[in-house]
Design a protein around this ligand. Structure first.
Ligand code: 26M
Length: 822
């Protein structure tokens, strides 16, 4: 008997090769001689997609037919990064596919590198959502991710003459093999118009919303695989289109151009991701995006629920809905509207269901980032929701009044409607009132949430508040991005750590073995060599792989203090210039990150880094001792190259400002040591890896607050610190700007004037700490020892741990095993 494997599911090398050729011919319409690299990538991607479809469908079927709760993650952003490599790892198909690809005359690494990454997020918040989807699937937790299918994701960054230039991200232009459109599951979303009271047949008072316009939401589904399990959860992203019925009306009365106009504005809704760190308040389109994806998602859940339940009475037993920051917080009012207006539930019953359904995660305390929508704008677009929010607020404030009689100040402080100045809806308050659980993303941050922005709510409901320290997925951030290190680790302790990161603890004793340290350093050297080669191809710069790779990659923002970092570089440069024979540890400073297009100071920081790089890299007295690289277009793909190669991780935000950070975890997991402040998750990382394996500096959160309260005087630091003065004077002299003394003036003036991020206050402590780093690096044996201990003790920071905590404490949800019969 000859057994022939199915071309679409077979896993042998021969079958994989046949499938590749087949897909190239029938899907791309090419034969090998005329195929582009992208054609080959597409053929491979479809080959892999074929092999995961059964899991995806089985997962879907299993969830429909079981009584388990499903978690719905609502996020305006998913920063997924490329799928292909990750899916190969999670399917356990790396080796046979690599062989099949090579025997077909192609290179797997090259094909993986061709994939355009879906950059549907700004930074930490969107990447966290992606790590969570990976962990949910790996833990076999029933989950749906809901979001927006932006046609243009986060912009591509180019550097021209040292300045950031933004380019549209056309990630879909060559097609997306990972998604399947489901137009049959489209839903309609109303916008604008007005409301009308009416009395129904039974004499009940009701309200109907007569929309001004209607948009159609089309779901696009992408499978999210778990690691070596059969679960493939669904990520459902919504695209807006014109609702035909509306257009046809216009068309029928002869207004063809009007109809086309409507169609275009409907399609605009999901065109572009807003780059955050920018004032988005008052941007109508942004509120429309938020409402659109929330309404689509809740309607989708209700449809799923009613497919095997008679009523929505038990909706909350079926779905746990988590709001990723306030971006989806309109969901509280929308679920109330659907329950009360459309399904005729009594207010109290609807409210109980709503509260039991939602959880809310806060990701920032920065006042400029807290979402508020002005009442006129809000009422114009969502008239019914505004009424519902008034009602929610009134009932809520009645409750407060009962508990705290005669406390008008407290009522004003707690009100969902901000009555001071331009009246607005405070979205964090709406999310808090409508949720049974509210959490921050690191221990310090969760504490600050309770003490600052949600203090009065915490007093009211202390039991609703908890901490869920962030984590990252070790599949993408170790196995995929750092195969050399992963293989070394697995060669000693097996590969159980990939699913149970706490097993990395077993590496601890190896830190004391000289032989292991040697292997460790060899791997590090190779990985750094890889990055050096990549930097060379991208920038033409030659970097020394034996120098200390000192890396800061993240969005550019004053609170993250990339300028503190570059001030230190200039300080080192001056030291060498003043003493050309100085024995400093050779360093390569690597920066990456995007500035919000409208954030002038952040853009000027990029210009400063590039200007310093120009001078330092071309100064012969410096030679190999200092190199400064700004790698353009930092994204997930580049993150995967840079975390493994770093020796030093820069986590230097002003204490109290970085909610958690997740890059800090990726670095440390890959054996970089951290120089950092007591901020966000740095605090917990230091606790885990040991204070002796972490370079700590800077003011603490209470010290920051005290310094600011007492009237911070940056001038005093400048005047009293010769090192700092020399650095600032050099910048102001035009040394890095071809004599232009005005160029960096705005940045220097803000540092000298009223800098709320206390750069000068932390400068000397940072320089001193960096000197310790430089000294420590000279002892390579001990450095390797510290690096190994960092990796061995990072178990806590797997997003698997984070998701387990959410599942137990907030969602009350259990795993469901997916069967994959042969
Ligand atoms: C908006 C306007 C002006 C300036 C800044 C903003 C802004 C800042 C932060 C808007 C949104 C912001 O927060 C969202 C966010 O991405 N937060 C990040 O979430 C990560 C995942 O929890 C954390 O690791 C990061 O510390 C946190 O910054």
């Amino acid at each position: 008997l000859i057994q022939v494997e199915d071309d679409r599911t077979g896993l042998s090398v021969e079958t994989l090769k046949r499938a590749l050729a087949d897909n190239l011919f029938y899907l791309q319409g090419k034969f090998p001689a005329i195929a582009t690299k992208n054609d080959c990538y597409m053929a491979l991607a479809y080959t892999i997609r074929d092999r995961l479809l059964q899991r995806w469908l089985n997962t879907f079927q299993t969830y429909l037919n079981c009584d388990n709760r499903v978690v719905c993650y609502l996020s305006a952003e998913y920063l997924l990064g490329p799928h292909l490599g990750n899916n190969l790892i999670n399917l356990g198909l790396w080796e046979p596919v690599q062989q099949a690809v090579e025997e077909s005359g192609l290179s797997l690494d090259e094909l993986i590198d061709i994939e355009e990454e879906p950059g549907l997020g700004n930074g930490g918040l969107g990447r966290l959502a992606a790590c969570f989807m990976d962990s949910l699937a790996t833990l076999e937790i029933p989950a749906i991710g809901y979001g927006i299918r932006y046609e243009f994701g986060i912009f591509d960054q180019e550097i021209k003459d040292g300045w950031q230039v933004e380019i549209t991200d056309k990630w879909l232009q060559l097609g997306n093999p990972w998604e399947i459109a489901r137009p049959e599951s489209a839903v309609l979303v109303k916008l604008g118009g007005h409301t009308e009271p009416y009395t129904d047949d039974q004499g009940n008072y009701r309200v109907r919303w007569i929309a001004g316009s209607l948009v159609k939401g089309i779901p696009y589904d992408t499978p999210i695989l778990g690691y070596k399990v059969s679960t493939a959860n669904n990520l459902r992203l919504w695209k807006s289109e014109a609702a035909e019925s509306f257009d046809f009306q216009r068309f029928n009365v002869g207004d063809y151009y009007g109809a086309v106009q409507d169609k275009m504005s409907s399609e605009n809704l999901t065109k572009v991701l807003y780059p955050n760190d920018e004032q988005i308040q008052g941007k109508e389109l942004r509120l429309a995006q938020q409402y659109f994806f929330v309404s689509c998602s809740l309607q989708d859940m209700i449809r799923i629920h009613l497919s095997d339940n008679p009523t929505l009475e038990n909706f909350h037993e079926h779905f746990a809905v988590q709001m990723n920051d306030t971006h989806p917080s309109i969901a509280v009012a929308e679920l109330m509207r659907l329950l009360v207006d459309e399904h005729h539930y009594e207010w109290q019953r609807a409210w109980a269901i709503t509260e039991a359904t939602f959880g809310f995660t806060n990701h920032t305390l920065l006042p400029e980032a807290l979402e508020k929508w002005s009442l006129p704008l809000f009422g114009e677009m969502l008239p019914r929701h505004l009424e519902i929010i008034y009602e929610i607020n009134q009932r809520f404030l009645d409750q407060v009044r009962m508990k705290y009689p005669n406390d008008g100040d407290r009522l004003a402080r707690l009100s969902i409607i901000d009555e001071a100045g331009e009246k607005s809806v405070r979205m964090a308050y709406l999310a808090t009132v409508g949720s049974h659980a509210i959490n921050g993303v690191a221990a310090l941050h969760s504490q600050l949430v309770k003490e600052t922005i949600l203090k009065d709510f915490y007093e009211l409901w202390p039991e609703k508040f908890s901490n869920k320290t962030n984590g990252v997925t070790p599949r993408r951030w170790m196995v995929l991005s750092n195969p050399r290190l992963s293989n070394l680790i697995s060669s000693r302790i097996g590969d159980g750590w990939i699913k149970n990161l706490d097993e990395l603890k077993q590496l601890e004793p190896f830190a004391d073995l000289a032989g292991f340290r040697q292997d460790w350093c060899k791997v590090k050297r190779e990985v750094k060599q890889d990055l050096a080669r990549y930097i060379h191809t991208r920038t033409d710069l030659v970097v020394n792989p034996d120098s200390l790779f000192d890396v800061q990659v993240k969005r550019i923002h004053e609170y993250k203090r990339q300028h503190l970092n570059i001030l230190h570089v200039i300080h080192l440069y001056l030291q060498i210039k003043n003493n050309p024979n100085l024995d400093v540890t050779p360093r390569t400073f690597i920066y990456g990150g995007k500035a919000a297009p409208g954030y002038f100071t952040a853009k000027l920081i990029i210009k400063l880094i590039n200007s310093v790089a120009d001078v330092v890299n071309n100064d012969p007295t410096i030679g190999d001792r200092l190199k400064v690289i700004f790698l353009p277009d930092y994204n997930v793909k580049f993150g995967q190259r840079v975390y493994p190669a770093a020796d030093l991780s820069e986590q230097i935000s002003t204490a109290g400002k970085e909610a958690s950070g997740t890059g800090n975890m990726k670095f440390s997991m890959n054996g970089a040591l951290t120089i950092g402040t007591l901020d966000g998750a740095n605090i917990e990382i230091r606790e885990e890896v040991g204070a002796e394996n972490f370079f700590l500096f800077g003011l603490t959160t209470p010290e920051v607050e005290k310094t600011l309260a007492e009237g911070y005087q940056p001038w005093e630091y400048y005047n009293n610190n010769a090192n700092l003065k020399a650095v600032v004077d050099l910048i102001n002299s035009g040394f890095f700007s071809h004599g232009d003394t005005a160029l960096f003036r705005p940045l220097m003036d803000s540092l000298l004037g009223q800098d709320p991020y206390l750069v000068f206050a932390d400068f000397q402590a940072y320089v001193d700490c960096q000197n310790q780093v430089g000294e420590a690096y000279k002892d390579q044996e001990n450095w390797a020892r510290m690096a190994i201990l960092n990796v061995a003790r990072m178990g806590k920071f797997s997003s698997d741990r984070t998701i387990r905590e959410y599942a137990e404490d907030i969602w009350a949800i259990k795993p469901v095993v997916i069967e994959l019969e042969d």
